[in-house]
Design a protein around this ligand. Structure first.
Ligand SMILES: NC(=O)c1ccc[n+]([C@@H]2O[C@H](COP(=O)([O-])OP(=O)(O)OC[C@H]3O[C@@H](n4cnc5c(N)ncnc54)[C@H](O)[C@@H]3O)[C@@H](O)[C@H]2O)c1
Length: 255
C-alpha cells in the first residue's frame, strides 16, 4: 500500500473529489481525517471508509474559520499522534460569482474566504506539526482556470485559484528545508457535484467546454485523485512546488 503509516487530513471530503480521495487514501493505508462543513456528508464518507476496513474520523470544519482549522489539526494529533499529509481540497464556486463587473462583494469575499483563507488557515496549524516530524506533504487544489482566461467568467474563483497556486510556490520554497513539500493540482473540468450542478443548468456552457477539450469528455474524480496519491506518498519526495495540470489537454489546445 502506497500510504501505509500515514495520517492525512482531506478538506471538503464530504463530496466530489475529496470523498473519492478519502476513500482511496484509506484503501492505500492512510488514516484519514475527513473534514467538511457538511457534517452528515463527512460522516457518510467515514462510514464508507470504515465499511471497507479503513481508519477515519469526521470533523465538521468550516475551513474559513480559524478555530475550526485549529481543531481539525488537533483532532489528527489527538486520534493518530501525527500529521503527514494536508490535502487542501475544499472549494466553492457560487453561481453569483461571474465577471468583476457584476459579482456582488459578498460573493467575492466568500469565495476568497473559503478558497484562499481556508488554505492559509489549514497550513497555519498543520505546518508546525509537520516541522516537528521533519516531514510532510501539502497538496493544494488549484484549477486550470488559474493559468487560462475563460470567456464564461467566474472571476472570484479564478483569482482565488491563482492565489492558491502562488501560495503553493511560496510554501514550497519556505518549508522544503524543513522536509515539507508543497504542490498544486490544477484539474480541468471534472464530473463532480460542484461542476455538474452548475453546468447542467446551462447546456451552452457545457458544449462550449467540451468543444475545447481534446479528449471530448470531462475528467473523472479518480483521474485527479491518482495524482494526489502520488503527491501524498513517499514516491514524490523530490516533487516540490510543482503545478500538476490534469485537464485532458485543454490548456495546450490551440484548435
Ligand atoms: N469539479 C471541477 O471541475 C473542478 C475543477 C478544478 C478544480 N476543482 C476544485 O477541486 C476541489 C473539489 O471540488 P469538487 O468538484 O470535488 O467539489 P464538491 O462541491 O463536490 O465538493 C466540495 C466539498 O467541499 C465542502 N466545502 C465547501 N465549503 C467548505 C468550507 N467552508 N469548509 C469545509 N468544507 C467545505 C463541501 O461541503 C463539499 O463537500 C475544489 O477546490 C474545486 O475548486 C474542481
Amino acid at each position: 500500500m502506497r500510504l501505509e503509516d500515514k495520517v492525512s487530513i482531506i478538506t471538503g471530503a464530504g463530496s466530489g473529489m475529496g470523498r473519492v480521495a478519502a476513500i482511496r487514501f484509506a484503501a492505500e493505508g492512510s488514516r484519514v481525517i475527513v473534514a467538511d462543513n457538511q457534517a452528515e456528508a463527512a460522516d457518510e464518507t467515514v462510514r464508507q471508509i470504515r465499511a471497507a476496513g479503513g481508519e477515519s474520523y469526521a470533523a465538521r470544519v468550516d475551513v474559513s474559520v480559524e478555530a475550526d482549522a485549529r481543531a481539525m489539526v488537533d483532532l489528527a494529533i489527538e486520534k493518530y499522534g501525527q500529521l503527514d499529509v494536508l490535502y487542501n481540497n475544499a472549494g466553492i464556486m457560487p453561481e453569483a460569482d461571474h465577471s468583476v463587473v457584476d459579482t456582488p462583494v459578498e460573493a467575492w469575499d466568500r469565495v476568497m474566504a473559503v478558497n484562499v483563507r481556508g488554505v492559509y488557515l489549514a497550513c497555519k496549524y498543520a505546518i508546525p506539526r509537520m516541522i516537528e516530524r521533519g516531514s510532510g506533504s501539502i497538496i493544494n487544489v488549484s484549477s486550470f482556470v488559474a493559468i487560462l482566461g475563460c470567456s464564461v467568467p467566474q472571476d472570484a474563483y479564478t483569482a482565488s485559484k491563482g492565489a492558491v497556486l502562488a501560495l503553493t510556490r511560496s510554501l514550497a520554497v519556505q518549508f522544503a528545508p524543513k522536509g515539507i513539500r508543497t504542490n498544486a493540482i490544477l484539474p480541468g473540468p471534472v464530473e463532480t457535484p460542484l461542476l455538474m450542478e452548475w453546468l447542467l443548468k446551462d447546456e451552452a456552457a457545457k458544449s462550449l467546454r467540451l468543444a475545447r477539450n481534446p479528449t471530448g469528455r470531462f475528467g473523472k474524480p479518480e483521474e485527479v485523485v491518482a495524482m494526489a496519491v502520488y503527491l501524498a506518498s513517499d514516491e514524490s519526495k523530490w516533487t516540490n512546488g510543482a503545478s500538476m495540470v490534469i485537464d485532458g489537454g485543454i490548456s495546450v489546445n490551440y484548435f
